[in-house]
Design a binder for this molecule. Structure first.
Ligand code: FRU
Length: 534
């Protein structure tokens, strides 16, 4: 097998070759999903960035088109960076993106429109000469990028956010416009937070309090809450808060103070960055795209000729607790399911691992529910751990460290003798007056190869254990393990590069390493087919 195919994904979004990063301007327009992304047409490292373009009718099978936006004008000569699409009244899409105008990395906001609205693929985009729309006046000009989808206020003004920073304070600058062409900066950012550094790729949208359906961004009042997500340039992870948008004063206030504490919420506690949502008018849902970079060295990226994937598009909605979001792979993914195996009532005692045979374990979709008779044997949650984040705890309490209730879960991309495996698992702790559930996706033993980044990604799962059950879904795809704990409350994506556990030599197991016996109540696993992928 060719080296550049060894870790290529089977059903995750990838172009044929070269570097990709942020998802850009996703939209659903006249029955077609458009997906743009930051792309280097010349190599497998970041640089020469254009907006590559693909179209789909199901978010799973993708047809590539020529780049839609690329440097060609004084207002974007040095770069066409991230941005978003808005569908204007009259069913007219418009893209806002960041242009780099000089060697000093000065950032402006530009727009582009389709050359021909009746071309179903919207192949060609025009960048009119009244660009740029927004100059970096009164802001840090090298920290001023990634405009959001625009929403429309009751006062007849459009609004957008642009990511920024003042010294070390991260912020979402707010701009208003009556005609979408002349934009005025609001005196105060929509929101900001001290010591967070540059806020890249802000995203701001409403979520319904009484339905899992998505909402269009211009729904700004009613039985709703708002979500603000930012990508932190310095730490390379994202966080979001749920809060209230005070429309009269154009301020967003997070519901709690979790923003700078250990409890900050993330879409994904693994390799996931520069994400962006859009409202899918076709199915009334909000869909989230996120980029997962490689965890290998860039020398290896160049050797294999490609770098970066997009995670599977996820439906996103407000969880029943109203304190966090929930996410689930779009239902269309299920059209790729082929051979299925089923397991039920399988007891797992301390130290057991049982193989799930009969599917292509290197490229699979697995849904499993575990149960346990009680929580009595849960390990004590050491009060000194409150200042430890989930990732540190997982590193310390790996899948082979015996516990009480857990660790139990899946061993994905495992070699026959377990020289290599990526465990995705839960561990339940007993704290003073509640239980704490830790979910890990641990790359430590994922590959015999050295010099790889092998983090022990982890997040806590805020779940009700009254029924003594925990569910897990993992999308396993050669070099990706994308997992959804407790119905999508906690999600973790890992990039791993096994050397033995590849193709037919990859195996899948369920395991338990806790003293409490765990039962696999139900497990369904499918081999996953290849979609049309660019
Ligand atoms: C985030 C980011 C954006 C920028 C783009 C450049 O990954 O740095 O802030 O617009 O990528 O490719």
């Amino acid at each position: 097998v060719e080296l550049n195919h060894l870790h290529r994904t089977g059903f995750h979004f990838q172009p044929k070759r070269h570097w990709i990063n942020d998802p850009n301007g996703p939209m659903y327009y006249n029955g077609i999903y458009h997906f743009f992304y930051q792309y280097n047409p010349k190599g497998a490292v970041w640089g020469n960035i254009v907006w590559a373009h693909s179209v789909s009718t199901d978010l799973i099978n993708w047809k590539p088109l020529p780049p839609a936006i690329y440097p060609s004008k004084p207002f974007d000569q040095y770069g066409t960076w991230s941005g978003s699409a808005t569908i204007l009244p009259g069913n007219k899409p418009i893209i806002l993106y960041t242009g780099i105008i000089d060697e000093n990395n000065t950032q402006v906001q530009n727009y582009a429109i389709p050359a021909n609205y009746s071309d179903p693929y919207l192949q060609k985009w025009i960048k009119p000469n009244n660009n740029p729309l927004v100059f970096p006046v009164g802001v840090n000009k090298t920290a001023f990028r990634d405009p959001t989808t625009a929403w429309f206020g009751k006062d007849g003004h459009w609004r957008i956010l642009v990511g920024g920073r003042r010294k070390h304070r991260g912020m979402a600058h707010l701009y208003r416009s009556r005609d979408f062409m002349k934009w005025t900066k609001a005196q105060h950012p929509l929101h900001s937070s001290a010591m967070t550094g540059m806020w890249e790729c802000p995203d701001f949208y409403p979520v319904s309090l009484d339905s899992e359906n998505g909402l269009e961004v211009s729904v700004i009042e009613g039985n709703i809450k708002h979500v603000l997500k930012v990508s932190l340039d310095e730490t390379r992870y994202e966080y979001y808060t749920i809060g209230k948008y005070f429309t009269k004063i154009d301020k967003y206030v997070p519901d709690n103070t979790s923003i700078d504490s250990w409890a900050r919420l993330r879409y994904d506690y693994g390799n996931f960055y520069a994400s962006k949502t859009f409202f899918d008018y076709g199915k009334n849902r909000r869909i989230l795209w996120g980029w997962a970079n490689e965890s290998d060295t860039s020398i290896e990226d160049v050797k294999k000729g490609w770098a970066g994937i997009q995670t599977i598009p996820r439906k996103v909605w407000l969880d029943k607790s109203k304190k966090q979001l929930a996410q689930w792979p779009v239902e269309e993914l299920e059209t790729l399911r082929r051979r299925k195996v089923h397991l039920s009532n399988q007891k797992l005692n301390l130290g057991d691992h049982v193989e799930i045979k009969g599917i292509t374990a290197a490229q699979a979709d697995v849904e499993v529910t575990f149960s346990f008779p009680s929580l009595d044997k849960a390990e004590a949650f050491d009060p000194s751990w409150v200042n430890m984040d989930a990732q540190e705890l997982c590193k310390h309490k790996g899948s082979t460290v015996q516990g009480g209730v857990g660790p139990f879960g899946l061993l994905t991309l495992a070699s026959q003798q377990l020289e290599e495996y990526t465990p995705v698992f839960f561990r339940v702790f007993k704290a003073k007056d509640n239980h704490v559930v830790l979910m890990c996706s641990d790359a430590t033993s994922s590959s015999l190869k050295k010099k790889l980044y092998k983090p022990s990604f982890a997040g806590f799962v805020n779940v009700d254990l009254a029924e003594n059950k925990l569910s897990l879904r993992s999308l396993i795809d050669n070099s990706v393990v994308e997992s959804f704990g407790a119905g999508g409350k906690t999600c973790i994506t890992s990039r791993v590069y096994p050397t033995l556990a590849v193709f037919k030599d990859a195996h899948l197991y369920v395991f338990n390493n806790g003293t409490e016996t765990v039962t696999v109540e139900n497990l369904d696993a499918w081999s996953m087919n290849y979609p049309l992928m660019n």
